[in-house]
Design a protein around this ligand. Structure first.
Ligand code: HEC
Length: 441
């Protein structure tokens, strides 16, 4: 409200100033034409004096409204300091010139100098004032965010790619170092985390003490809600900021480093074009690159390997031909790449018992195909520590209901194929009851 009044009031002195400049120009022209003492010139001079008085008076009024506005505590920062300084200077000069005119004091030179000085002052004051009320052109001061590869979690950095852009579009206009409304600046991690006066904008892990969060979740009718004008925060944006604060407000972490609740995964997909199938866990974990010598040794040991996707180091490993021709050394060739194996296909093979121990140590194994192999109930106990095993195919094996205790221990098992096994005879429904949440075929 007050800021609207101030904005209206400052246009008066600006208008007067333009008028006065124009009239001064006219008088000066007549001077040049040698009409120094003509009635018209004397007349205009008198008018000019009045105009300067009006200019000085309106400047003072604008200054008072500005001072009241300042006392509201809304404004701080370099832009504001510049605005205030130039406005004071302009008002003082306009008063001096008005007095000089009225009493025809001082020489023309000094008067001229004062008037000329006022031109840059009013321009600076106006520019800074405009920036304060409308916000500066942010693009000029904020570097373009880097574009992450939004389909791979480990390249999406939560703060610079998700949180900071929210602040940039919804808060920074009024909360950066040049224009720190309410003394709050949000353009650096330090500024977000520190506040000398009370609670900081962001308090990692504590929503109550995160003043910025508290102010943005107020109802839109609360006059303290942030942002006070312009497009409000969407529900999704508030939710993302809330989640980030509760994850301890990390500034370096990537999506893969944090827990993403299901609702936010959807938000990321819909609002940020973040693409992932819920099954694509291997985008959450990093795989180390494998040097070519190691790869060659694996291939030489009789394994077929292919990359899961072009830019990952995750592998799909399978074997055509009979496995019993593989020596234990050949199995051990897999050890250096154990963390890279995501899909492992041993179907229709004879798997030596010792191999299950090795398979159980493939930390990122996601899909294991053991259909028509010699695996038995006991072998399964080696597989219960696999933290990512999502799909297990035991079709055509000899497993029975004694495998259930091992199967229930598998932490993330989602799909289980048991067709053509003794276990299947018991009935899919019974097995499903033992293994809630697992799709059984
Ligand atoms: C249009 C300008 C504008 C925008 C945009 C804006 N604010 Fe503010 N903000 C202000 C003003 C003015 C104040 C000081 C008056 C007040 O506290 O209400 C302020 C004060 C604050 C304070 C300090 C409150 C206190 O009690 O010290 C916080 C924190 C804050 N804003 C956070 C935000 C956040 C977070 C956003 C973005 C979601 C935001 N602001 C967007 C103008 C803005």
């Amino acid at each position: 409200m007050l800021s609207a009044v101030h904005r209206a009031l400052v246009h008066l002195p600006i208008g007067f100033f333009l008028l006065v400049l124009f009239m001064e120009l006219m008088v000066w022209r007549r001077y040049k034409m040698g009409e120094k003492n003509s009635a018209a010139v004397t007349n205009t001079h008198q008018w000019l004096s009045w105009m300067w008085m009006a200019l000085a008076a309106s400047s003072i009024i604008a200054l008072i409204s500005g001072t009241l506005l300042q006392n509201s505590g809304y404004y701080a920062g370099q832009t504001f300091t510049l605005h205030r300084f130039t406005a004071y200077a302009f008002t003082i000069l306009s008063c001096l010139v008005a007095v000089a005119h009225q009493y025809r004091a001082w020489g023309d030179k000094i008067s001229f100098f004062l008037k000329v000085t006022m031109v840059p002052l009013v321009m600076l004051a106006g520019h800074a004032g405009g920036e304060l009320s409308a916000g500066p052109e942010l693009m000029a001061i904020v570097p373009e965010p880097e574009h992450p590869n939004l389909s791979a979690e480990d390249t999406v950095r939560v703060y610079p790619h998700i949180i900071q852009p929210i602040f940039e579009t919804k808060c920074l206009r009024c909360h950066h170092q040049g224009n720190a409304r309410g003394g709050v600046s949000m353009d650096s991690p330090e500024a977000l985390l520190t506040d000398s006066l009370g609670d900081p904008v962001i308090y990692p892990g504590d929503l109550e003490r995160s003043l910025g969060y508290q102010r943005m979740i107020l109802s839109p009718w609360d006059h303290r809600v942030m942002p006070p004008s312009g497009p409000p925060l969407t529900y999704h944006e508030k939710r993302l900021v809330e989640w980030w604060i509760m994850e301890n407000a990390p500034f370096e972490a990537s999506l893969a480093d944090l827990n993403i609740p299901a609702d936010l995964l959807q938000v990321l997909q819909s609002d940020f074009d973040y693409r992932t199938q819920s099954s694509a866990f291997y985008e959450k974990v990093k795989a180390e690159p494998i040097d070519s010598n190691t790869l060659r040794a694996v291939v030489a040991a009789g394994w077929n390997i292919s990359r899961l996707a072009q830019r990952t180091h995750f592998l799909d490993v399978h074997r055509k031909g009979r496995l019993d021709s593989l020596s234990l050394d050949d199995w051990q060739a897999l050890e250096p790449i154990a963390a890279n194996i995501v899909w492992f296909d041993l179907s229709n093979q004879t798997v030596p018992a010792a191999a299950f121990n090795l398979i159980g140590k493939m930390p990122n194994l996601y899909r294991l195909q053991l259909q028509n192999t010699n695996i038995d109930n006991e072998d399964l106990k080696h597989l219960t520590d696999l933290q990512h095993l999502h799909t297990l195919n035991l079709f055509g094996t000899s497993i029975t209901d004694e495998s259930i205790p091992y199967l229930t221990k598998m932490p993330v098992l989602q799909r289980l194929f048991i067709g053509n096994t003794p276990l299947y005879e018991i009935g899919v429904d019974s097995v499903a009851q033992w293994l809630p949440g697992v799709a059984i075929n």
